[in-house]
Design a protein. Sequence first.
Length: 265
Amino acid sequence: MYHNRPTVADIRARKARGEKMTMLFVETLDEARAAAEAGIDILSIIDPLWTPEMRQAAGNCFVQVGLLYGELVTGEEYLRAAFRAMKIGGDCVYCSAAPDIQKLLCDNAIPVVAHVGLIPSQCTWTGGFRAVGKSADQALAVWEHVKRLEQIGCFGAELEVVPDRLGAWISANTPLIMLGMGAGSGADAQYLFTEDVLGHGANHKPRHAKTYRNFAAEYARLQSERVAAFREFIDDVRTGAYPAPEHAVAIPDEAFDAFLTAARR
């Protein structure tokens, strides 16, 4: 059903040709369908939302399934979750756990995407939610992290909030697929969250995000319309306007009269 979607080899070939790719984090079937219809290259979908229905909605998009850091702890838990994700039709898994767990997945031929630069689950070590790699020492640490991921056997890495020149240099000097979030135009793919693209996010909008539509206003309008419709329903019930004859099932007079005669015996 999904045989036309790219493989790991295809994504690597696109990097080798210098083709820039697009990537979105999606959470709903409608978002996945829209991304597939629009021609987005890669989708990121977290494991609890990853179902056969979501695979179908994602169409020919290459899908990264996010394994939840903290929900999974041991290597065996990660491995079982990764195999489940791949069985449903995932094309790779995202794993920000320790190198030994990442290697365990790689050793089992599972394409693994890791995380370098600003790693949200580990950002206390680098000063919180801020850019990483602005000093020579920090930039070198990011590069050394990438080299370790190469040795482990990872397929790619999310490259988050690093200086644009650093992001471009790393992307050009590693075989890993670098999925850029605030890492400049030199990354192999540009990765945004749907809530930022559509302008309805409840969370802080990062500096690197770009909003293309104002869904927040549309959602607010729809919510107002929901409340109005519910209030009209309440009024109709209280005044007797609902249900009207067209909403009821009729019974012939002779049948109802016969029922009453029988019921009153």
